[in-house]
Design a protein around this ligand. Structure first.
Ligand code: PLP
Length: 304
């Protein structure tokens, strides 16, 4: 018999820190950790749907590449990280979960020189109930996007392919969206090319071709899945530079993320696309994405 939430101290989520599994609210980061006070941190998020991880191997590989890119290391192998994530999900008893792995630079030892290479890095993992970056109701009617005036932080300063918490630009863009009465925003780079949005990659459908930016963005695992689906369905797809005007004038626009999947949009900068509902190619890709989940596409079941 499964425990009820009242019996399970991990029901709201389970974390792993310093070798110990803890209820999520007991997982904390020191104010002295550079991960907190300098955003010197990387992370990755994989989801569990219907009791199985989706594309876990891709997320583990990207997480390890991100740590390498920031010259961080932790005492856990790829397999051990996978085991820790699985145990977090299992302890929380979650069938649908947002599962994160995080490495912070750590807390410098008192009196040591200010050299990041001297700091011992800290690993945290946690599983919490499923999170949608864009709520299911908004996904249903199609998100209203704006193209933010705030530019994306330059890639030469903060590499967007290393998943990070440098969200100053994204938060400004979210305020712009709120002020405009829109749901969310996408950001441009300094040359006016579309990059990504707060927690998602962006796609435009132009004359039947699915296009996603080749710059300024995380190489999303969901974006990878979309490209795989396009190849299977015979839908032409391109990763190339995408201008703001192309996005504004696209036939369809959708976004993609682990925390929500394929998420259609219905308006960009107030312009209504199609009949103010998700477009047919976006919907097809969304349906196919979830259908393939149900078939066990690249899944790793959790043994509860
Ligand atoms: N871009 C940013 C900035 C993100 O934070 C995320 C996911 O959280 C994505 C893109 C989408 O990446 P993925 O599909 O791997 O979740």
């Amino acid at each position: 018999m499964r425990e009820t939430d009242a019996d399970n101290p991990f029901a709201k989520g389970c974390g792993f820190q310093d070798g110990v599994y803890k209820p999520i609210h007991e997982v904390t980061v020191s104010v002295l950790d550079w991960g907190f006070n300098k955003s010197d941190v990387t992370y990755d998020v994989v989801h569990v749907k219907d009791g199985a991880f989706f594309r876990l191997g891709h997320h583990l590989d990207r997480f390890r590449a991100s740590m390498k890119g920031l010259r961080m290391s932790i005492p856990y192998s790829r397999e051990e990280i996978a085991e820790i994530l699985t145990e977090c999900v299992r302890k929380a008893g979650l069938r649908d979960a947002y599962v994160a792995m995080v490495t912070t630079r750590g807390v410098p030892a008192p009196g040591t020189p200010r050299k990041p290479s001297l700091i011992e890095n800290r690993f945290i993992a946690y599983a919490v109930p499923w999170v949608d970056v864009i709520s299911p109701e908004i996904q249903e009617r199609g998100a209203h996007l704006i193209i933010a005036r705030t530019p994306r932080i330059p890639s030469a300063s903060v590499d967007p392919t290393i998943k990070n918490y440098h969200w100053g630009d994204m938060i400004r863009a979210l305020f712009e969206a709120e002020d405009a009465g829109a749901d969310t925003a996408v950001l441009l780079d300094a040359e006016g090319h579309v990059t990504e949005g707060p927690g998602f990659n962006v796609f435009a459908v132009i004359d039947g071709v699915v296009v996603s930016p080749d710059r300024g963005a995380l190489e999303g695992i969901t974006r990878r899945s979309v490209l795989d689906l396009c190849a299977e369905l015979g839908i032409p797809a391109e990763i190339r530079a995408l201008t703001a005007d192309e996005l504004r004038e696209a036939d369809e626009v959708f976004t993609s993320t682990t925390a929500g999947g394929v998420m259609p949009c219905s308006r960009v900068d107030g312009r209504i696309m199609g009949n103010d509902r998700p477009g047919p190619i976006s919907l097809k890709l969304k349906e196919e994405y979830w259908r393939r989940h149900g078939e066990g596409w690249d899944t790793t079941p959790v043994a509860y």
